[in-house]
Ligand binder design. Structure first.
Ligand SMILES: [Zn+2]
Length: 201
């Protein structure tokens, strides 16, 4: 597959510039920049409200190009990348934690909705989207960030507060019930457990 040689236009890193791109013009585009998380209102609803997010930024990057198939047919493609670290609420211990989020997605922009609907779902390399004279790349970046969030946000096991409590519970000796002093095989008092209890007391 050959790539059509077109000099890509530079996109300005602003919400308005990314919200309305004419991908049907035949032009190709490239761009990169940084957005404060507040720019993404839907993403804001997903993050922990207890944290200050003044310093939370989203790095983004995009590139579009035209592939020419051996048949001469042209396919418009788009690649987007985004990266951030956002505060989420751990669903296990309900404490805030920082989650790395990364987007790395490729799309083929098709000209009819039927083509988009017929695009094979099992294609892992890229998804199909409807091409447009007014393509909203900003919304697509936010969609992809939302899709990259964990289904159940939680700390890594070793960092979770609840996990610590569990480990302490598991390692504590279970000598509260008197039955644990009885040997299940003989039904008699287990001298070793009695000794252990004395020591602990
Ligand atoms: Zn946790």
């Amino acid at each position: 597959m050959n790539q059509k040689q077109i000099i890509a236009q530079e996109l300005h890193s602003s919400q308005s510039a990314l919200s309305n791109i004419d991908f049907k013009s035949g032009q190709t585009f490239k761009g990169q920049g940084v957005f404060p998380i507040e720019s993404f209102t839907r993403l804001m609803q997903e993050i922990s409200q207890g944290q200050h997010h003044d310093s939370v930024n989203i790095d983004w990057e995009c590139l579009s190009w035209v592939d020419v198939l051996p048949t001469g047919q042209e396919q418009y493609r788009l690649k987007i990348q985004a990266k951030t670290t956002i505060p989420l609420v751990c669903q296990r211990c309900l404490d805030d934690y920082l989650q790395d989020v990364e987007v790395n997605a490729q799309f083929v922009l098709l000209n009819t909705q039927t083509e988009v609907d017929d695009f094979p779902l099992e294609n892992d390399d890229e998804d199909a989207l409807l091409n447009s004279f007014e393509f909203n790349l900003f919304e697509l970046i936010e969609d992809e960030l939302l899709l990259s969030l964990p289904i159940v946000p939680k700390h890594a096991d070793q960092e979770c507060q609840k996990q610590h409590i569990k480990i302490i519970e598991q390692s504590a000796p279970q000598l509260d019930e008197s039955s644990s002093l009885i040997d299940p095989k003989t039904g008699k008092l287990n001298p070793f457990l009695q000794l252990k209890k004395l020591k602990l007391n």
